[in-house]
Design a protein around this ligand. Structure first.
Ligand code: B3K
Ligand code: ZN
Length: 862
């Protein structure tokens, strides 16, 4: 993976140049072999810029031959280096044949063509196609693909590629030869090939215009029943996109393949999605409610890309949010319609408040449309994806659903079959809505988390309420100057006699006042309802105000948010020296008691209202993160609540009777409320060990089993030991379930985590080459185990450093993701700063650092 310094050069958004050549058609032939796959590519090229040489991208390829219009070239007629193949003198229009050889079995980076166990699979986004053959591997070169795949017929009953199957036969040598054609021109990143032996689930979906689409889901042998939920989710997504956005599927076949080795969640290859099996396979005994949720949302996400990403793609990779922000927004809207809308929104807000705000405050800060990139894979970030989705959501809030839909329709119509930019998207939105989006477009170019400082004043005599909002975006690692943004702020006024008003404030100035007349009583103002913008809100709200909002606001997200603010205020008070028990007002307990005694409709929201904020949410409030103080305060609060409300948690727990496992909103709510009660009850272990054991042993589903495991992990180590080893024994052969064990081990908050991790590395299902295994163990450690990751002796940082160094040689993408928490060393106390920095410095001195890890380490240290 070693790179020479020339490939470390950053690319800049503003340097975009249109391609010098276009490729209208490409015919690919794959003669599959694990160690020596031969790839023959026949391309029809046309010059766009006179005099230009043809420079094709290629990486880790063995070049066998090059021919122009059927005439083979001699080596003096082209130049080759480690990243490209250049032909200086070529005609304006010609056929280029390039034959290369690759070794899928050696491809542990899982980019290009690789082996996922016994299955051949590809991953081409962002720049993986160049590891398959020489090509203009950039998203603005759209070609029509015809693909022939050849492999041993017995071993590989299924040979798949994009589009429609044209033919298949078995030749005299027992080779299966399949031919595919995709009528829709596409960029190389959407190309895919799969070869393997699977069980197939088939179904059909009839589109609104009456076309029947054949649906095929390919899973490991024996896993058919575990694929049913994914197929049902796909059909729901197809219907939803017709109903909500008027968008219909365009091919006659839609295939999804589940593979066991995959760097991310899934990939939207045209007509042939490839999925991480973790986001396909589910049944009650192996998947949690969260797993079901994720499957539905990711199946939706990849399907929705067919329009937002595939039919209209990105001109260059700086525009990634054009497809990703928009598609995340679409999948969030889909999930909100399929499951609890409030919980979906809370999930999205948590993601922004933790990972995205942290990214803004880190050396990797970038706008949703980045300006400069060394390794594109480093920019598949929460900023591009999740903040990108927030930007789209704000647009919908500002324009209203109807005009937003019209804008999206215009955008898709205008750019169908093309590669577009974020500005193209905004101009379609502007035209369809009639609204000037000049100021709004700053959300695309400006990085950082805006801070809104709000205040209220009410005049009883005149009935006038004035609200003052000030915006300020602190400078970020990449940009020092910031401008005022257009920020939609939803508010709700809670007035006497249960009267409520909602308003949308549109902030455009650094400071702005909004005046409301005829307000008949002193209102409680709910700010930023439904988290209408990805900002930090700074307000001086008293405990009583926050608890009032938590009890009364119409928006469930605002209610939850008020509790989050309440607790972060309490944590702050404790850090300032207050006593953890004395700072909690009586009203808190009566409010929580009331929630625990109601069997309201949205039990999942109740569970969220009762949950303390996590470490990461609290940490984002501090420029220098007081690690130990936050952890101690959280522990004290939990302990106190657990003792004080023990009877209430117990009564609530007992009051929920569950029936056989089903995945639906009501029973998800029941399970999550029971789980939170259980986690409080577990604090007083002696009294509740039996309850935990029973919860675990009687569970007929994975969600409840995991609730018992997590509750005991946090509070009763002995019991946890016993339960987790029983669990690991029962599931030792199921790698996806073993990932849950790896995560439990990696997130164990005591020092035992180190021996636990070491032991797990020797488990038969663990493999350094499998991203799911590595992530389960190590992401749990560095993202969900602040106690041990941030140990003051630096042992946690060392473990991650060593792991990253090892992984970087195997799979740079996974290594670079794992290193993220170390990058923000400047936000910790001096002692931790030094430890984190020296871990990074030692990584920086590795000779073989990949571009992925290099870019991050370098940004962090300089
Ligand atoms: N588009 C892919 C992500 C590709 C990541 C490349 N490192 C999945 C998705 O967002 O749908
Ligand atoms: Zn996506």
């Amino acid at each position: 993976m070693a790179q020479n310094s020339s490939s470390r050069v950053a690319k800049h958004r503003l340097d975009y140049q249109p391609p010098s050549f276009l490729i209208s058609k490409v015919a690919l032939r794959f003669e599959l072999d694990k160690t020596a796959t031969k790839v023959t590519s026949v391309m029809q090229l046309e010059r766009q810029i006179s005099g230009a040489a043809l420079k094709l991208d290629g990486q880790d390829l063995t070049l066998l031959s090059v021919a122009i219009n059927g005439v083979e070239l001699t080596t003096s007629q082209y130049q080759q280096d480690e990243a490209s193949l250049t032909l200086v003198s070529v005609p304006d229009r010609f056929e280029l044949t390039v034959v290369t050889q690759i070794a899928p079995v050696d491809n542990t980076a899982l980019e290009g063509l690789y082996m996922a166990g016994d299955t051949y699979s590809t991953q081409c986004e962002a720049e993986g196609f160049r590891r398959i053959s020489y090509f203009l591997d950039r998203p603005d070169v759209l070609a029509e693909y015809e693909v022939t795949i050849q492999a041993d017929a017995k071993q590989y009953p299924y040979l798949l590629s994009n589009g429609n199957k044209v033919s298949e036969h078995i030749d005299a040598k027992g080779m299966r030869i399949s031919k595919w054609h995709d009528p829709y021109p596409k960029p190389s990143y959407l190309f895919a090939v799969v070869a393997g032996d699977f069980d197939v689930l088939t179904d059909t979906f009839t589109t609104r215009s009456g076309r029947e689409v054949s649906l095929q889901l390919f899973v490991d042998k024996g896993y058919t029943s575990k694929g049913e939920f994914a197929v049902a989710s796909l059909k729901r997504a197809m219907l939803w996109d017709e109903q909500r956005f008027n968008l219909e599927y365009d091919l006659d076949i839609y295939m999804v393949v589940a593979v066991d080795f995959f760097n991310m969640g899934a990939m939207e290859n045209k007509g042939l999605n490839i999925f991480n099996s973790k986001y396909v396979l589910a049944d009650a005994s192996t998947a949690t409610d969260r797993d079901y949720f994720n499957i539905e949302s990711i199946i939706g996400h990849e399907y929705f890309h067919n329009w937002t990403g595939n039919r209209v793609t990105c001109r260059d990779w700086f525009q990634l949010s054009l497809k990703e922000g928009l598609t995340v927004f679409r999948d969030q809207e889909f999930s909100a319609d399929m499951a609890s809308a409030t919980l979906c929104r809370i999930d999205a807000v948590k993601m922004i408040r933790t990972a995205q705000f942290a990214e803004d405050a880190s050396p990797m800060a970038h706008p949703i449309r980045p300006d400069s990139v060394i390794e594109m894979n480093n920019f598949y970030t929460v900023t591009v994806y999740d903040k990108g989705a927030e930007v789209i959501r704000m647009l919908q809030t500002l324009l209203g659903k109807e005009r937003f839909n019209a804008g999206l329709a215009l955008y898709l119509k205008r750019f169908d079959g093309q590669a577009a930019t974020c500005d193209d998207f905004l101009s379609a939105m502007q035209q369809a809505s009639g609204r000037d989006l000049t100021q709004f477009s700053l959300w695309y170019s400006q990085s950082g988390t805006p801070e809104l400082t709000v205040s209220e004043s009410y005049n009883t005599q005149s009935g006038q309420l004035s609200l003052t909002v000030q915006q300020h975006t602190p400078s970020t690692a990449d940009q020092s100057e910031k401008q005022p943004l257009l920020i939609p702020i939803n508010i709700e006024l809670l007035l006497a006699n249960d009267v409520k008003q909602t308003h949308l404030l549109q902030l455009t100035e650094p400071t702005q006042q909004f005046v409301f007349d005829g307000i008949t009583s002193q209102p409680v103002v709910v700010w930023l309802a439904h988290f209408s913008a990805p900002v930090k809100l700074i307000q001086q709200a008293e405990d009583t105000t926050l608890l009032h909002i938590a009890a009364q606001a119409s928006d469930g997200v605002a209610r939850w948010d008020a509790m989050q603010q309440f607790w972060s205020r309490k944590v702050q008070q404790v850090i300032n020296g207050a006593d953890a028990v004395l700072v909690l007002p009586e009203l808190l307990f009566t409010t929580m008691q009331q929630w625990l005694s109601q069997s309201g409709p949205d039990l999942a929201l109740t569970a969220e209202l009762l949950t303390l904020p996590d470490f990461d949410t609290l940490a984002e409030q501090y420029s220098v993160i007081p690690v130990d103080a936050i952890l101690t305060a959280l522990q004290q609060f939990k302990q106190h609540l657990a003792t004080r409300l023990q009877a209430d948690f117990n009564a609530c727990y007992q009051s929920i009777t569950q029936t056989r496992y089903q995945y639906n909103e009501a029973s998800v709510g029941q399970r999550s409320l029971k789980a939170i009660c259980l986690s409080y009850l577990a604090v007083n272990t002696a009294a509740h060990a039996e309850l935990l054991k029973t919860h675990y042993h009687q569970a007929d589903n994975m969600t409840d089993k995991m609730s018992a495991l997590v509750a005991s992990q946090q509070h009763c180590p002995e019991l946890f030991n016993a339960l987790v080893s029983d669990f690991a024994n029962s599931w030792q052969h199921d790698a996806l379930v073993m990932d849950k064990v790896f995560s439990l081990v990696g997130s164990e908050p005591s020092e035992r985590v180190f021996t636990g991790i070491e032991k797990m590395l020797t488990h038969p299902v663990f493999s350094w080459k499998n991203p799911n295994r590595v992530r389960a163990l190590f992401s749990a450690f560095c993202l969900r185990n602040p106690q041990q990751f941030h140990r003051i002796d630096g042992k946690g940082y060392q473990l991650i450093k060593q792991t990253v160094a090892k992984l970087d040689l195997i799979n740079p993408q996974i290594a670079a993701r794992l290193i993220t928490p170390l990058l923000s060393w400047r936000r910790f106390d001096n002692e931790r700063q030094q430890l984190m920095r020296s871990a990074l410095q030692s990584l920086a001195s590795e000779q073989t650092l990949s571009n992925d890890v290099f870019e991050k380490v370098n940004r962090s240290l300089n």
